[in-house]
Design a protein around this ligand. Structure first.
Ligand SMILES: Cc1cc2nc3c(=O)[nH]c(=O)nc-3n(C[C@H](O)[C@H](O)[C@H](O)COP(=O)(O)OP(=O)(O)OC[C@H]3O[C@@H](n4cnc5c(N)ncnc54)[C@H](O)[C@@H]3O)c2cc1C
Length: 826
């Protein structure tokens, strides 16, 4: 009986915490229970300790509800401690942290995500105008792009392509229609970049740069009316080619430390003395700089002569400078690996610009960093993630097809268990990456600027692309290695590090930004606590701190209880918003969200400001948040797609892999927990019965591989949005051979059964002839087998070059000489 009563007592408290019943209601419930048990003692044998325990707990909680009392006893004392341990933020750090908004990341940080809220978000869609652009000019542009010619021969886009891009206003996707822009949604912007990237990375980068962080974006949000009406139409029509220069040799990832300066001064400009800035800069890696007509420049504005007031260091600022301005140096090119988009340095020494060239005018001097961070919070979710997903989709389409076309040991290589593994990784990752891309775009199209989710997308979708293409290379063997017009993987493979490095290098994004910014922005209480203790220590600040602190304590207790109960019950307590084979995953994510929220708080409370320097822990916690988000995105996508049964293997692979990664990352934090004993206790709470997740099973791996190896609606859905060539080019030949191989498979099987020999492109003529003569296959089937074998041979072929041509490829100067000799000229 004692055990029963103890269980009732503990369970009542646990349930209040599990369901996050507010303090006052909890007190009322507990008071009601105390009263009820006191009355019931007349009828049942209810031990006194049990009633007393209820009473004491109710009274204690009531004490916490009296704010002046708890301030006196607890929060005022902790206020000074917090002031010491809270991380000290520089203004650039604070502006970076505060940039953008929070969205689904806040739900994941809450430990109790509201799934219905996620599912109520609109499904992705494109307007008719956007779809027409993608089916029209984008398709046409893709057809104009010859990867080999662009990258290995001309090392630039042909002039006709530059012209087509300008004329069709590809540079204006983000510019409003009133200025002549296309004014596309984020979904459309991403769809354009993705399709182009699936054909040629150089063209995709060329188009995406003016449509992401740069003059256009900054002008729209911060430009003066005059600046907008002058520049936006010119940018939209392609009359101006913009670039944006932030990075300098000294300041890469730590861009805020740039040494480039603008001194406020008065000088003569166009015959008049005007207030302006004398700029000196040395920037590198600037995309489009060699051909830019308009240079967006970030620099530190200084006012040593006090022309604007008392502040000498005004802070980072942004200006727009026509590259024709005397003193602006551009033109030299860097050679980025695997792609030939325009990229190079720019320099200037003592270049005077009038104040109205500062973006937003004089009043925006010093606001550059905030402007950049705000723009990055949204823009980072579009361009590079779309490029990354294009890589995954192409790897899925082409590697699946190649593994079906290429046979070894008389079997398509995709049927070997060893190859099924990379195939399933490519398919599963692509499904997950695409789901995350689309979900984040949904947020953007609703006006959100989800800084943390954008960083997640930038990191994961470029890293995921690298993993997909690496796997694709392994499956293709020598075919992926030998360069030439027949190789459709090499340039993507070579160019991968670019997307990994730009717009926040991935290592830094993972280990510093995602969890660091997420913890402060998406955590329900941390920012409130920080704001309360970092300002002036007055009564209001103490009150704010008290409220945030007790909300935080309740939050930690609740997540602790939720993690434990969901762990003990295998997450059966958590509701799922849907029924079906995927309902279980909603529950598992609820469990892991509670575990993550609890663990995050444990680490933050224990380490305080020192947490900033624990990047390995931060990176692991980032991995948990990343996979919680990407897994949420997959569930949303599955619902939006109408729960297609054929896609289930992709969903299951993605979910099992994400859950496993979440588990391993949490265990990594536990193993390296700053106080090992506490780590052990947390482990018991989060994983009371050991490790629940094992990753995708062999059955799932096989099912995903099969999906890539066969034609189906699921495969089409997975690769939807990339350019599918039906031409006689490298990818067009793969697509053609794939379909022919699938169609001819029954006939090839019949030949094999009858003649006890597998058909290949060396022996097919004889085998087909005999099989037709003996009636094993029809004439029609014979034609199919012949076509399939010929098409397969052309896919499996790789390039070789005569010596002179080979040397000309290495040295394009020789190429020109050869062409001149042969009388060829552009
Ligand atoms: C092809 C290309 C195009 C580009 N286009 C532009 C452009 O148009 N405009 C522009 O302004 N810039 C551009 N960049 C610059 C780009 O944004 C930078 O390269 C990037 O910010 C990284 O700087 P970095 O290369 O100097 O690397 P570094 O800053 O030297 O970093 C080296 C490594 O250290 C890691 N690291 C640094 N700090 C930390 C930390 N605190 N914690 C953990 N890891 C850390 C980074 O993640 C990276 O892996 C471009 C770069 C390239 C290569």
């Amino acid at each position: 009986m004692t055990a029963l009563f103890l269980a009732i007592l503990v369970l009542s408290l646990l349930l209040l915490a599990y369901y996050r019943i507010p303090l006052l209601i909890s007190i009322a419930i507990l008071a009601g229970l105390t009263f009820a048990f006191t009355e019931l003692r007349h009828f049942y044998e209810i031990p006194g300790w049990f009633r007393w325990s209820f009473g004491i707990i109710t009274m204690s909680l009531a004490g916490f509800a009296v704010k002046p009392l708890r301030r006196l006893l607890i929060s005022n004392r902790l206020f000074s401690v917090y002031r010491k341990v809270m991380p000290k933020l520089s203004s650039t750090e604070r502006e970076a942290l505060e940039a953008g908004t929070v969205w689904w990341d806040a739900e994941l940080f809450s430990g109790k995500p509201r799934w219905r809220r996620l599912l109520r978000q609109p499904a992705p869609s494109l307007s008719d105008r956007e779809q027409e652009f993608i089916d029209g000019p984008v398709e046409e542009l893709c057809l104009m792009l010859d990867d080999w010619e662009i990258c290995d021969k001309h090392r630039d886009l042909p002039e006709s392509v530059w012209q087509f891009i300008r004329e069709n206003r590809f540079f204006s996707m983000i510019i409003p229609r009133q200025y002549g822009g296309l004014e596309f949604s984020a979904q459309a912007n991403s769809a354009v970049v993705m399709k182009l990237a699936s054909r040629n990375v150089t063209a995709a980068v060329t188009v995406m740069v003016p449509n992401s962080l740069g003059p256009g974006e900054l002008l729209m949000h911060y430009g003066t009316d005059e600046q907008k009406s002058y520049y936006l139409p010119r940018l939209a029509s392609g009359e101006e080619i913009p670039c944006f220069a932030l990075t300098s040799p000294l300041a890469g990832s730590d861009a805020g430390a740039m040494p480039d300066k603008g001194i406020v001064c008065k000088e003569e400009f166009e015959g008049e003395e005007v207030l302006g800035l004398r700029l000196s800069w040395n920037k590198r890696y600037i995309t489009l700089a060699p051909v830019a007509t308009l240079l967006g420049l970030a620099f530190r504005a200084l006012d040593p002569d006090g022309l604007l007031g008392d502040t000498e260091d005004l802070g980072i600022s942004c200006a727009l400078i026509p590259t024709s301005t005397p003193g602006v140096e551009i033109g030299n090119r860097h050679m980025p690996i695997g792609a030939v988009f325009m990229n190079g340095p720019t320099r200037g020494k003592d270049v005077f610009i009038p104040m109205d060239w500062v973006i937003g005018g004089q009043e925006r001097l010093g606001q550059g960093w905030r402007m950049l961070m705000q723009s990055l919070a949204a823009g980072r979710a579009i361009s590079l993630p779309s490029l990354g997903v294009a890589g995954g989709k192409m790897a899925s389409m082409l590697t699946g097809a190649y593994s079906r076309i290429r046979t070894q040991f008389n079997v398509p290589i995709g049927y070997f268990g060893g190859v099924e593994e990379p195939l399933s990784r490519i398919g599963g990752r692509t499904y997950r990456m695409d789901a995350a891309r689309v979900l984040t775009l949904i947020a953007l199209d609703q006006g959100e600027k989800p800084g943390v989710l954008s960083a997640i997308n930038k990191y994961q979708l470029t890293e995921g692309s690298r993993q997909c293409i690496n796997d694709a290379m392994d499956v293709h063997g020598g075919k992926g290695i030998i360069q030439g017009p027949n190789n459709y993987l090499a340039h993507g493979y070579q160019a991968l590090p670019i997307s990994i490095t730009v717009e926040g290098a991935n290592i830094l994004t993972r280990s510093l930004i995602i969890f660091g910014q997420g913890a402060i922005r998406a955590h329900p209480c941390l920012l409130k606590e920080m704001n309360a203790v970092t300002g002036i220590a007055n009564t209001q600040a103490r009150r704010d701190f008290d409220n945030a602190l007790f909300e935080h304590i309740g939050f930690i207790i609740s997540n602790n209880v939720r993690a434990l109960l969901l762990g003990l019950t295998g997450s059966r307590m958590a509701p799922a918003p849907v029924r079906g084979p995927h309902a279980h995953y909603f529950r598992q994510l609820s469990r892991m969200s509670a575990a993550f929220a609890f663990m995050a708080d444990a680490v933050l409370v224990l380490l305080g400001g020192k947490f900033k320097f624990k990047e390995k822990l931060s990176g692991r916690l980032a991995d948990v948040l990343i996979h919680l988000y990407m897994a949420s995105a997959m569930l949303k996508r599955f619902e939006d797609d109408g729960r297609p049964a054929g896609d289930l293997p992709l969903l299951v692979w993605g979910m099992e892999d994400s859950l496993y990664k979440i588990q391993q990352s949490l265990l990594g934090v536990i193993q390296n927990f700053p106080v090992p004993v506490l780590g052990g206790i947390i482990r018991l709470i989060i994983f009371p019965f050991g490790r629940p997740y094992t990753g995708p099973s062999d059955k799932t791996v096989e099912a995903v591989a099969q999906l890539l190896l066969n034609d189906s609606e699921s495969r089409d859905r997975l690769t939807n949005g990339v350019f599918i060539s039906d031409r006689d080019d490298a990818t067009g030949r793969v697509n053609k051979a794939f379909h022919l191989v699938l169609e001819s498979a029954p006939a090839e099987r019949a030949i094999k059964n009858a003649r006890k020999a597998s058909v290949n492109f060396e022996n097919y003529e004889g085998l087909v002839k005999r099989a037709t003569e003996s009636g094993v296959i029809t004439e029609e089937q014979a034609t199919l087998v012949r076509l399939a074998q010929q098409a397969s041979a052309s896919v499996i072929a790789v390039d070789d070059f005569p010596r002179e041509q080979f040397e000309a490829l290495i040295d394009p100067a020789l190429n020109t000489e050869e062409e001149e000799k042969a009388g060829i000229s552009d």
